[in-house]
Write a protein that binds this ligand. Structure first.
Ligand code: TXA
Ligand code: MG
Length: 516
């Protein structure tokens, strides 16, 4: 059957398409979508990352339509989407499948990972933009798989946005950018991940991440061992640097508004953003703040948009592009955004945000100049920590103190703790227990407790202290176990406590020195 497309228009005039079909996620419409692609059409398809603008990857004329519709520079190559690992060999897409590709495919395909390999002659130059490599992805979205399968070919598909604007995560986003320029959009619901795939090149000696995404560097390293991360991932490159992935040199993912990211602890970020909002309001600008569920109530801007709970990274990734597009729709002039260096996909989120903001970041982190170690009595673990810490070298020297939460009167160091310290060559001279007072903690003080209950107690007792200055020592350095109280134990248990403190503090020093 003749698809309900504008094919005739194609024949008469390859530039203008009058009608863009909005297809549904039904068997019949999937067939129509596949038929259009078979016939050299170009259309928006859903994937789990973002919507793609697909065409038959093996048909150069079809591929050219993608570049035209997006306004994409001709030197920026496209990803080829397959619906089974065996497609690579069956269609001879690459000269050789590296072992690393097989391992990664076993672990992460189908899914949000794109692998670059040496291309064969089967891949048209239009797809690879003249490079000798090709990027390949096997998406997990069932509808994407069905369209590829039905089309009987493989599909070149960049993100379905106009070049330079945020990637689309819904069919409506694609319509907003592409209506009248492409044959169809198939609505498969909102993209689950919300950020583009991780791109890794396997064409060089060492696998190298060119674009971070839902498959993190740690996940890749768990399969491959060492993986490099390209400089362009988190840094702004100088204009004369040659990039590995052409897409990285273009201003990307950008909303129309001027965007600034404010980094730091919660308290400082909120204060700084509110100050910025107030000063820009005088200029009569429309201002948006990008915040979280936890912080949105603290802002007073024209528009306050929430990325979801800060604890839910997946939600932040999922919401980012929608929110940037909402800012465009709302005709916002300036965006001030919180920063989102979350543990797992934070790198991918910040990579997109930094590009959206053209790397405009205001850092409100305070420079710390004092550390206070805190435990219960002020006589044991906190004193050992102070003694050990003074044994290490900090790049930027800090004052080191030890305090107790409940100190009735000054007492010397616990005898067994003292014995352990002395046998390790650490002097205990002048060590007496001292009560922690609110006035001990200035804005530039870091407080480390031995146990999480001690941290909670400090936050409860001292209402004016920023909770983000108070850390559980073990958590701060990424250890699973807290430093246990050896009180009442043998000399040996004090020795073990010393050893675990020393190992933990070594990590603390490393981290503090890395931050400077
Ligand atoms: O999640 C995704 O990857 C989405 C969906 C639709 O699959 N696609 C996507 O495509 O984000 P696109 O074109 O917007 O981004 C592909 C990136 C670009 O930065 C491009 O330069 C890079 O991958 N790339 C493609 N082929 C390459 C190659 N052979 N060598 C180096 N970089 C390549
Ligand atoms: Mg893109």
């Amino acid at each position: 059957t003749e698809p309900k497309s504008s094919k005739k228009v194609w024949k008469n005039n390859p530039v203008i398409i009058v009608k863009t079909l909005l297809l549904k996620n039904t068997e019949e419409d999937i067939k129509t979508a596949a038929e259009l692609l078979k016939n050299g059409g170009v259309e928006g398809i859903p994937t789990e990352t973002v919507y793609g603008l697909a065409a038959d990857a093996l048909n150069p004329e079809a591929v050219k339509k993608i570049f035209k519709a997006k306004g994409r520079p001709g030197d920026n190559p496209l990803i080829v989407h397959i619906c089974d690992f065996s497609d690579i060999e069956r269609l001879n897409l690459v000269t050789k499948i590296p072992d690393t590709a097989k391992k990664l495919a076993d672990a992460f395909w189908p899914g949000p990972l794109t692998m670059i390999m040496k291309k064969s002659d089967v891949i048209p130059n239009e797809v690879s933009a003249g490079l000798d490599t090709v990027a390949i992805r096997f998406p997990s979205h069932k509808t994407a798989q069905a369209i590829i399968r039905e089309s009987g070919t493989v599909l070149a598909a960049p993100s379905a946005n106009i070049s330079g604007s945020p990637s689309p995560t819904t069919a409506q986003h694609v319509m907003n950018d592409m209506d009248g320029k492409i044959d169809a959009v198939l609505d498969g619901g909102a993209s689950e991940v919300g950020l583009e795939s991780t791109v890794i090149t396997l064409a060089g000696d060492v696998p190298r991440v060119l674009r971070p995404g839902g498959i993190t560097v740690e996940m890749l390293e768990s399969v491959l061992g060492k993986v490099e991360v390209d400089d362009a991932v988190l840094h702004k490159l100088a204009d004369n640097v040659k990039v590995a992935s052409p897409g990285m040199k273009y201003k990307h993912y950008a909303p129309k508004a001027d965007m600034v990211i404010v980094d730091g602890t919660r308290k400082h970020v909120i204060a700084k953003i509110n100050e910025l909002v107030a000063s820009h309001r005088d200029d009569g600008k429309k201002i948006a703040v990008i915040a979280t569920e936890e912080t949105k109530q603290f802002y007073d801007a024209d528009v306050v948009l929430s990325m979801g709970s800060r604890a839910d990274e997946d939600s932040i990734a999922h919401e980012l592009y929608r929110i940037l597009r909402d800012c465009d729709e709302l005709d916002v002039d300036v965006i001030f955004s919180e920063s989102f260096s979350t543990p797992r996909i934070g790198q991918a989120i910040m990579n997109r945000m930094l590009k959206a903001a053209g790397h405009q970041v205001i850092d409100t982190h305070v420079k710390y100049d004092k550390i206070i170690f805190v435990a219960q009595t002020g006589t044991c673990r906190e004193q050992m920590a102070k003694g050990i810490m003074n044994d290490f070298v900090l790049k930027v020297p800090m004052e080191i103190e030890a305090r107790g939460l409940v100190v009735q009167f000054p007492e010397p160091v616990n005898q067994k703790a003292e014995a352990v310290l002395i046998s390790n060559g650490i002097s205990t001279e002048g060590m007496v227990s001292t009560q922690l007072e609110e006035s001990d903690i200035t804005e530039s003080t870091m407080v480390f407790t031995m146990e999480s209950s001690q941290r909670e107690r400090i936050i409860e007792s001292f209402a004016d202290i920023d909770p983000e200055q108070v850390f559980v020592l073990s958590q701060y350095v990424g250890d699973e176990l807290e430093i246990l109280d050896p009180y009442g134990g043998t000399l040996q248990s004090y020795g073990l406590c010393y050893e675990s403190l020393r190992a933990t503090l070594k990590k603390l020093v490393k981290r503090l020195n890395a931050n400077t």
